[in-house]
Design a protein around this ligand. Structure first.
Ligand code: ZN
Length: 367
């Protein structure tokens, strides 16, 4: 799909767009009359006249292209084709493969770790954030994907760090591959946290099944979903298709499978939105796995998370962090220290620390 670059004129547009540019997937029409606000090379793409913004393109349609990621083909991970579950490959080996693939990737869009394209379009539509309670300027969600039995055992360490800081988190579980430690899940809920579903098998295939098979897999997990009042979904390895998200919306009230910028795509916005009745809560802070694949040591993680959180705060969106308790990601002393450091320092930015069901309730109130 063809795209072009939108730049605001000096002093125009939101402060967080200064020095940044937006990628727009839309036909660019005739230049609007009035004072130039933004341009595409030498051509006016946005002008202001009589206090109104006039755009040379369909802003809403361009935002929809980003939110549905229809500018790309869904990235199908090669692990789907292995004759055995890819978790049988040792974590250390998978990291080496991930690092090699990362070095090969030359993804131009979305930019990493910040791509403001979708938020620039929201700004043009007059959506300027400010939905958070108690005068807070942004939300913070802490989430953990428990992929394996090893991760299940190490999850308590993350909960202990959260208890020390008095913050809630959402933990996502794979319902049919390892023994769920039910007392742990009850402790998460008692701490103000939430339980989400990270699929039945984590085989990276659910996104590419047909409609009936996606429903069958969700239905089979119903005892787990009902027991822990599960309202949210995160697809394994963030594999997602419009079909999967549509079917997920039949059972879940929120989903968090779309990154704002990640390997294989992203929505380029840090603000949640509705897909039908379901709230999409994009993942907006660099995921621990992405940092590992980019060869960033845990000592640098808190800084990377805080840098992005500052941007999310300016935009007024939701900072959503995802880490994994597995030993090769966030299940080690240096990673625990990074998480502890982040939770200590993020309080200076004064976020509304919540779980996704809280954001869903807030958006319903504000609607
Ligand atoms: Zn996972």
């Amino acid at each position: 799909m063809k795209s072009w670059t939108l730049r605001f004129e000096p002093g125009e547009g939101p402060a967080w767009m200064a020095g940044r540019e937006a990628t727009v997937f839309a036909e660019l029409g005739a230049e609007p009359a009035g004072k130039r606000v933004a341009c595409c090379e030498m051509k006016t793409s946005v002008a202001e006249e009589g206090g109104l913004l006039k755009c040379a393109f369909d802003v809403r349609a361009a935002l929809e292209v980003l939110r549905t990621e229809s500018y790309r083909l869904p990235a199908k991970p090669v692990t789907r084709f292995l004759p055995f579950h890819y978790h049988h490959i040792p974590g250390g080996v998978r990291i080496k493969i991930g690092q090699a693939l990362e070095a090969l990737q030359k993804q131009e869009f979305p930019r990493w770790p910040i791509d403001p394209s979708g938020d620039a379009l929201r700004w043009l539509l007059g959506e300027r954030g400010g939905r958070w309670p108690n005068g807070k300027s942004f939300a913070l969600v802490l989430s953990h994907d428990v992929d394996t039995a090893k991760g299940m055992k190490l999850s308590r360490k993350l909960l202990e760090i959260e208890a020390k800081h008095g913050v809630p988190a959402v933990y996502s579980f794979v319902s049919a591959t390892y023994a769920i430690d039910k007392p742990f899940l009850r402790d998460v809920i008692a701490a103000g946290g939430e339980i989400a579903w990270h699929s039945d098998l984590h085989d990276n295939r659910i996104a590419f099944e047909d409609e009936a098979d996606i429903r069958r897999r969700i239905d089979a997990a119903r005892p787990f979903l009902d027991e822990f009042d599960v309202r949210g979904f995160r697809s394994p390895s963030l594999c997602r298709t419009p079909l999967l998200l549509r079917i997920a919306g039949e059972r879940f009230s929120w989903d968090s499978s779309v990154p704002d910028t990640g390997p294989g795509g992203g929505c380029a916005t840090v603000q949640p939105w509705r897909i039908g009745k379901m709230l999409e809560v994009p993942l907006t802070l660099p995921m621990d796995a992405d940092l590992v694949f980019r060869r960033q040591k845990p000592v640098a993680w808190a800084g990377a998370w805080l840098d992005k959180a500052r941007f999310v705060r300016e935009v007024g969106g939701a900072a959503v962090l995802c880490t994994h308790p597995e030993p090769h990601f966030s299940g080690s002393a240096p990673a625990w220290a990074a998480y502890d450091d982040f939770l200590k320092r993020i309080k200076d930015l004064d976020p509304w620390i919540c779980v996704p069901r809280g954001i869903d309730a807030r958006f319903k109130e504000a609607a």
